[in-house]
Design a protein around this ligand. Structure first.
Ligand code: MN
Ligand code: MN
Ligand code: MN
Length: 278
C-alpha cells in the first residue's frame, strides 16, 4: 500500500500548492496522505476543502511538523490526525507563529550586521503568505547574487552552526508533544537519523519523547539506506513505538524522493497508518 505521512506544500516550504499536492498523490495512487507543513495547517485545510469536492479513494489526514528544542538541538515532531481547531493546537500554532517571527527578525539582524543589507525586507517578500523561515533568506541571497544556489546559502550562512542558524525561540519538545496529544493526534519523531546523534543520545531523546506522551517514530524518511531503516526499526521495537513512513516531499528534483512510500509490513510493529486504513 502506497501512503505518505510526511509532505509539504507551498503553505510552508514546499513548491506544490495544496491542491497540486493532493492531485499528485491521487494520480500516484496513494491510499493515505498526511500533509505536514512546518508549523501551519493552512495547506491541509485548503487541500481538505478541495479533496471533499473531488471523489477519490485516497484518505487525507490532517498533520503538522512542529519545530522544538531538546537538549539544545532543534528537533522536528510530526503530529498526525490532530484536530486542527482544538484550543491546544490553536494556542500552539499561535506560539509557533510568534517564535517564527522573532526568529526571522533575529536571523535578519545577524545577516544585516554581516553586510547583507535589506535581508529582512527581501526574505519577507520571498515568503509572501507562506511560513517565514530560512529558505526565504536563501532565496533572497540567490536572487541578489550573493550565493549561487540554495545549498550554498545554507552551507555558508544559514545551516547548522552558521550566522543565520537561530533556534533559541522554539518551544520545548515536551510542550509541542503535549499540544499534539491533547488535540487528539499521535506525535511522531520525524527523521530520527537526521540529527546525527550518537546511539545513546538518540535513546535519551526517545525516552524524553515517550515520557511526554509521544508514541511514534518515522522509520522510513525520504532517502535512507536499508541499514538505516533497520536501525530505526530496532529502536521502534525496543521502545514499543508505532512506526510511520514519509517522503518529506518538498519539491520535484531528480535527487529527491517523489510523493508516496511503500508501507510494507514491519513485522511485530504497528503502523501508524493502521489507525486510518480499513
Ligand atoms: Mn522543510
Ligand atoms: Mn523536518
Ligand atoms: Mn519535513
Amino acid at each position: 500500500m502506497l501512503i505518505d505521512f510526511h509532505t509539504h506544500t507551498s503553505a510552508s516550504d514546499g513548491t506544490l500548492d495544496p491542491i497540486e499536492l493532493v492531485a499528485r498523490a491521487v494520480a500516484s495512487k496513494l491510499e493515505l496522505l498526511a500533509i505536514t507543513d512546518h508549523d501551519t495547517v493552512a495547506g491541509y485545510e485548503a487541500a481538505a476543502a478541495y479533496h471533499t469536492l473531488n471523489s477519490s479513494d485516497m484518505r487525507l489526514i490532517p498533520g503538522i511538523e512542529l519545530s522544538c528544542q531538546w537538549s539544545g538541538v532543534t528537533i522536528h515532531i510530526l503530529g498526525l490526525g490532530i484536530d486542527c481547531h482544538h484550543p491546544s493546537m490553536c494556542r500552539g500554532l499561535h506560539i509557533m507563529a510568534n517564535a517564527r517571527r522573532e526568529r526571522g527578525l533575529k536571523i535578519a539582524s545577524r545577516l544585516e550586521s554581516c553586510g547583507f543589507e535589506g535581508a529582512l525586507a527581501g526574505a519577507l517578500a520571498q515568503a509572501g503568505a507562506s511560513q517565514f523561515g530560512r529558505p526565504h533568506f536563501a532565496a533572497w541571497m540567490v536572487e541578489q547574487g550573493h550565493v549561487k544556489d540554495h545549498n550554498e546559502a545554507f552551507k555558508r550562512f544559514l545551516g547548522q552552526g552558521k550566522t543565520g542558524d537561530v533556534q533559541a525561540f522554539w518551544p520545548q519538545l515536551e510542550e509541542v508533544t503535549e499540544w499534539i496529544v491533547s488535540s487528539g493526534g499521535i506525535a511522531v519523531i520525524a527523521h530520527p537519523l537526521k540529527y546525527r546523534f550518537t546511539g545513546m543520545k538518540l535513546r535519551r531523546l526517545i525516552t524524553a519523547f515517550v515520557a511526554a506522551g509521544g508514541e511514534g517514530i518515522e522509520v522510513r524518511s525520504g532517502q535512507q539506506t536499508p541499514d538505516q531503516t533497520a536501525h530505526v526499526l530496532r529502536l521502534a521495537k525496543e521502545y514499543e513505538l508505532e512506526v510511520s513512513v514519509g517522503s518529506d516531499f518538498h519539491r520535484d528534483a531528480p535527487y529527491l524522493p517523489p510523493v508516496g512510500v511503500e508501507s510494507s509490513p514491519f513485522e511485530g510493529l504497528k503502523g501508524v497508518w493502521q489507525r486510518w486504513s480499513v
